[in-house]
Design a protein around this ligand. Structure first.
Ligand code: SF4
Length: 363
């Protein structure tokens, strides 16, 4: 069996995708003819975030920033507030900066001749990597640029029987070559954007990490894993592909948060993060707790020594949160603050994910 799909399997997968693709707000036109602004915003939002979560954010975003000029002219705070809840805020900052660069280069509205016309041109903008550049170029202007994400790599590793780990450059390279080879077999009426979407959809819904539905797979007869096996055996074997990545090195952190809320004004004492993760976003004042055995007096001394405002009171509870490589255990204390403390309305600023968890629970 070849490690590439044949013409019939390519057509079968496209037919399957055409019949079942979800109606999503950024799929307003056939792949290859969509407005680049909408495709770009949706692709950035979809990084590390599920489709169901993205849909309402995308719709609200397009109402507030319907054009690239509207986004470029917005303040960073306004942009981050619209992003709050999607996580990985660097994505929003890069979108904002890229919008300003696009407008400075002459781009207007949602698309047109002044917008980038190739994956290489998209990749020059901030926050746009190889995957996003290929996705936007194939979906907006029909360039034959293969996308390679986790779903695509899983489908390729299984179809081609590649014993490679999911985080290796070798699997990435093989996947790009496999996708490009299939694009040469596309029927006349179909573009590379539809092929990219079809393979990703297959990986997301049929060729899933656990219990893939080999019996219902449109490319089963071109798949190495399925070769000569019944669908149940194939599904069991498929779970071993691709090989697992190396374990992540987690950094465990214990933080202390001081929570001061003003019941009359409905505000909360918030500070803006300036370094580390989520710079620019807001959260209650905090301190990294160096020693978990510290006495309340030592803790208070460390709080004051760090320049954090107020006096720590009783501990309300613990919130756990994971961000990038950090596993955070946040101990939330009541904070006693002076009478002239300035409180903020949390709905008017971009909050960190951890701050939202804390406020949801106690405010
Ligand atoms: S036959 Fe099974 S393992 Fe092969 S591509 Fe389809 S779902 Fe994935």
């Amino acid at each position: 069996m070849s490690d590439r799909l044949g013409k019939d399997q390519v057509a079968a997968l496209l037919g399957w995708f055409a019949a079942r693709q979800r109606s999503l707000p950024w799929r307003m036109a056939p792949a290859g003819q969509r407005p680049p602004y909408a495709v770009w915003v949706s692709e950035i939002m979809l990084q590390q975030t599920r489709v169901e979560v993205v849909v309402p954010y995308f719709e609200a975003w397009m109402r507030s920033f319907p054009t690239v000029e509207a986004l470029a002219e917005a303040s960073e705070d306004e942009v981050l507030r619209h992003w709050a809840g999607l996580g990985y805020y660097r994505r929003a900052r890069f979108l904002h900066r890229a919008a300003q660069e696009l407008v400075a280069a002459g781009a207007r509205g949602q698309g047109g001749a002044a917008w980038p016309q190739s994956a290489a041109a998209w990749a020059e903008l901030p926050g746009i990597g190889e995957y996003t550049a290929a996705a936007v170029a194939s979906l907006s202007c029909g360039e034959a640029a293969p996308v390679v994400d986790g779903n695509v790599k899983r489908v390729v590793a299984r179809c081609a029987g590649l014993e490679l780990a999911s985080d290796t450059r070798a699997l990435h390279r093989e996947s790009a070559a496999w996708m490009a080879a299939a694009m040469e077999l596309l029927p006349k009426a179909e573009g590379p954007g539809a092929w990219n979407e079809a393979v990703m959809e297959l990986g997301a819904t049929v060729c899933t990490p656990r219990s893939p539905a080999c019996a219902a797979c449109p490319v089963a007869d071109g798949c190495h894993i399925n070769d000569g096996r019944g669908p149940e055996d194939a599904a069991r074997l498929a779970e071993a592909y691709p090989l697992p990545p190396k374990a992540k090195n987690w950094i465990e952190l214990e933080l202390v948060y001081g929570l001061a809320a003003c019941p009359q004004e409905g505000g909360v004492l918030l500070v803006q993060r300036i370094e580390g993760w989520n710079p620019g976003l807001w959260e209650p004042p905090s301190l990294v707790r160096e020693s978990s055995g510290a006495s309340p007096e030592d803790l208070q001394a460390a709080w004051q020594g760090s320049g954090a405002p107020g006096q720590l009171g009783e501990e309300l509870g613990v919130v756990r949160h994971t961000i990038t490589r950090h596993k955070i255990q946040a101990r939330v204390h009541l904070l006693e603050t002076p009478a002239d403390t300035a409180y903020q309305d949390p709905s008017q600023v971009g909050l960190t994910g951890l701050a939202r968890k804390i406020l949801r629970r106690w405010v």
